[in-house]
Design a protein around this ligand. Structure first.
Ligand code: DLZ
Length: 161
């Protein structure tokens, strides 16, 4: 899954925990697929680059960003050996208030699922004014937020509580 859009997020690779012992799910929304696919590739490559075994990366799709909350809950309920879920979506401002409802629902929903299971549920959801801003954050000049979501997942899997 090598992709030129995956290596633009700067981070210190030496401080990323090794992922060899982790099992992580990535759920990506189909809406704005050009964006979410680039983020998914970035997240996948980053996990495997940092030691997560390919067989321990579970990739799933949902129709839209709104469905990420239910998907994360279902995955954690069914797979007790999952260590984290990375949720990828892209909501672009339109002419109606749909944007506000989806963004608020998924932010609150993913927070609740993470707290419910005591496991990292990563909010890799772009909420932008337009497609250009989303492209800049999915392998453009502002990096790839899927890469950053994978880094967050690995750091939170190793969180010392
Ligand atoms: C309906 C909708 C709209 C208008 N915009 C987006 C969007 O920008 N990004 C996204 O991921 N999903 C969008 N959706 C679909 C909702 O997330 C959801 O799939 C539907 O409301 C059905 O629950």
């Amino acid at each position: 899954m090598e992709n030129k859009k995956t290596n633009l997020s700067g981070y210190d690779a030496s401080v990323i925990p090794d992922g060899a012992d982790y099992r992580i799910a990535i759920v990506a929304a189909e809406w704005n697929g050009e964006i979410t696919n680039a983020m998914l590739e970035g997240a996948y490559e980053t996990l495997t680059k940092h030691g997560v075994k390919e067989e321990n990366v579970m990739v799933r799709r949902v129709p839209g960003t709104f469905e990420l909350t239910t998907a994360a809950d279902m995955l954690l309920a069914k797979h007790s050996d999952l260590d984290a879920v990375i949720c990828i979506g892209c909501v672009i401002q339109g002419e109606t208030r749909h944007f506000d409802f989806i963004c608020e629902a998924v932010a609150n929903g993913l927070t609740a699922v993470g707290v419910k299971y005591g496991k990292p549920v990563v909010f890799s959801v772009l909420t932008t004014n337009n497609m250009a801003q989303a492209q800049e954050r999915a392998g453009g000049k502002h990096g790839n937020k899927g890469v950053e979501g994978a880094v967050t997942a690995l750091k939170m899997c190793a969180f010392d509580c």
